[in-house]
Design a protein around this ligand. Structure first.
Ligand code: FAD
Length: 518
């Protein structure tokens, strides 16, 4: 066992460069007598280049790496993301025509439900019908949907009447993000090599001894990080780490992605992802500065590529007719052992769950923090690997439950895809147990282990009640003495929303302001 003095990251997508920049910042680079970090990427194999939605954790990561928000917005075509709007997830479109808005769509905001000191938790009161009649949960407890619907940015540049920013993440161009991370990581001392790994040499114990490239010859390191995407060149092909497929639970396995220009330069930009349920999956619609990114994620067991393209074209109507969508094949699942001996897989090589709640880059962030925290300075890999593998597997399992929740409580039965999704045999027992508990009381933070969850309790609540989950709360679950306080709080949130909409800048204008900031 000898101390880790150098790291070789293989792969230069978002995962590789994010990991490189974060580790360089945390561990120091060779310039500061820290650990040497090199990143080798294939000059022939491109990066996946999709992944335009993020989770609020990205802000902490950018800050930790030292990337300033204005630079990020300027260089990555970034816009703000305040949540996700889910259209037609509860019922198919024709079913909802005569129905109110809450049957057509619901919102998953990033803001937690309002809970000011001295006021009760609002959810039980909402469940008992105390909020203004028919008001959906997300709108009753948070201002964010109204702000986003009005095309407002989640914050302003100077102090005004409005008291504080909304929680937010970003939409961005994934290829530009990888470039910015690369520039930053190189400034932090990461050495960049071009080379196609064609052979991985193992030592007698089964650890990696060297990776062989045509361009750079053999490359040796104390620790190897596999960021080679779905190819999993080191962890899968060389070390044979098992891949645990979740395709019996989550059915989508293809995506048709297309870029759609705006009709004119000042077209308003939505500050949420729009996710529209379709016959065999769903379509994402993400507004960047100069274009939208749109893609149909579908199950090839429930439709074929020609039908999928027709669905995507119907959604786009006469937009982007001259562009051809790009087909991507997805492998949904994860490796229960992403860390074996001296090799750690981060990014798509470690696992991928579909993009419905933008978990991809969040998982890269989680794995990178964990690696930095557990870093095996003394070359003692096994205990670190055990901890890392346990933590990441648990994290994946919880995300699987959260994503499946969106499908399995839908009332859509218009296509086989939706009927199969509601089949109890396809729902993990961990999720079935939660749903059984939540028949009588709403999700509470004690239902979760926050260190292992990507999504906070409120995310589960927003999805569950956006989808009209029928929790029958016992009347004694609310305090009758606090009814008036709860009513006042609901009214206060509605009034405050009006003020926030008036106070906050237009989303596109605020982006322009950030881009022009020196
Ligand atoms: P890649 O981008 O595939 O990079 C792989 C790298 O490895 C490349 O540089 C390649 O050259 C290199 N490489 C491969 N083989 C070799 C070799 N033999 N030798 C040397 N180098 C090699 N995530 C989100 O957070 N939000 C989203 O909204 C989202 N949407 C998505 C939509 C779709 C359809 C898909 C498929 C993914 C989505 N993701 C999303 C996931 C996200 O795109 C990825 O998590 C992220 O881009 C990280 O990819 P990566 O770096 O692991 O792999």
């Amino acid at each position: 066992m000898s101390a880790v003095k150098n790291i070789l990251i293989v792969g230069g997508g978002t995962a590789g460069w994010l990991c490189a920049a974060f580790l360089a910042k945390q561990l120091g680079s060779k310039h500061s007598h820290g650990i040497q970090i090199r990143l080798v990427e294939s000059p022939e194999i491109g990066i996946i280049g999709v992944g335009e939605g993020s989770f609020p954790s990205i802000r902490g990561t950018l800050a930790a790496i030292g990337i300033d928000e204005a630079q990020f917005v300027r260089e990555c075509q970034a816009t703000f993301k305040q949540g996700i709007r889910f259209d037609h997830w509860l019922h198919e479109p024709h079913h909802s025509k005569s129905q109110q808005d809450s049957a057509r769509h619901y919102f998953h905001p990033f803001n937690q439900p309002s809970q000011r000191q001295g006021t009760p938790e609002l959810l039980p009161y909402w469940l008992q019908g105390i909020a203004p009649k028919g008001m959906p949960f997300a709108q009753a407890v948070s201002m964010q949907k109204r702000i986003a619907d009005a095309y407002r940015a989640p914050k302003r540049s100077s102090d005004g009447d409005f008291l504080g920013p909304m929680n937010y993440a970003y939409h961005f161009d994934a290829a530009l993000f990888a470039k910015l991370l690369a520039k930053h990581a190189k400034n932090l001392g990461v050495q960049h090599l071009l080379g196609n790994v064609h052979r991985v040499e193992l030592d007698r114990e089964g650890a990696i001894d060297a990776v062989h490239t045509h361009e750079q010859g053999a490359l040796k390191a104390d620790l190897y990080i596999d960021c080679t995407g779905f190819r999993a060149r080191l962890i899968g092909q060389a070390l044979q780490s098992e891949f645990h497929s979740v395709s019996d639970t989550l059915f989508v396995d293809r995506a048709l992605a297309i870029q759609v220009p705006y009709p004119h330069a000042q077209t308003p930009i939505a500050s949420y992802t729009i996710s529209t349920a379709q016959e065999a999956g769903w379509i994402w619609d993400i507004g960047l500065q100069d274009r939208r990114g749109v893609g149909y994620v579908y199950s090839s067991r429930h439709t074929d590529q020609a039908c999928a393209e027709r669905v995507l074209r119907d959604y786009l109507q006469d937009e982007a007719v001259e562009f051809k969508p790009r087909l991507l094949e997805l492998q949904l699942g994860y490796r229960p052992r992403p860390w074996i001996k001296n090799c750690v897989a981060i990014g798509l090589s470690g696992g991928f769950l579909e993009p419905l709640e933008a978990s991809g880059i969040g998982l890269v962030e989680a794995a990178t923090y964990l690696l930095a925290y557990l870093f095996p300075f003394n070359g003692e890999f096994d205990l670190c690997a055990q901890h890392f593998n346990h933590h990441m597997s648990q994290r994946y399992e919880r995300i699987v439950d959260f994503i499946k929740l969106h499908y399995c409580i839908s009332q859509r039965r218009d296509h086989r895809f939706w009927i199969d999704n509601a089949d109890i045999a396809t729902i993990p027992s961990s999720l079935r147990d939660k749903l059984a508990l939540w028949k009588h009381r709403p999700p509470h933070r004690l239902d979760f282990n926050s260190d292992l969850e990507m999504y906070p309790t409120s995310s589960w609540q927003y999805v569950l009640y956006g989808m009209h989950y029928p929790t029958q709360l016992h009347p004694s679950a609310i305090d009758a003495n606090k009814l008036v306080l709860a009513e006042q709080e609901f009214a206060g949130i509605a009034a405050m929303s009006e003020r926030a909409v008036a106070d906050l800048p237009d989303h596109r204008q605020y982006i322009q302001f950030l881009c022009e900031k020196a």
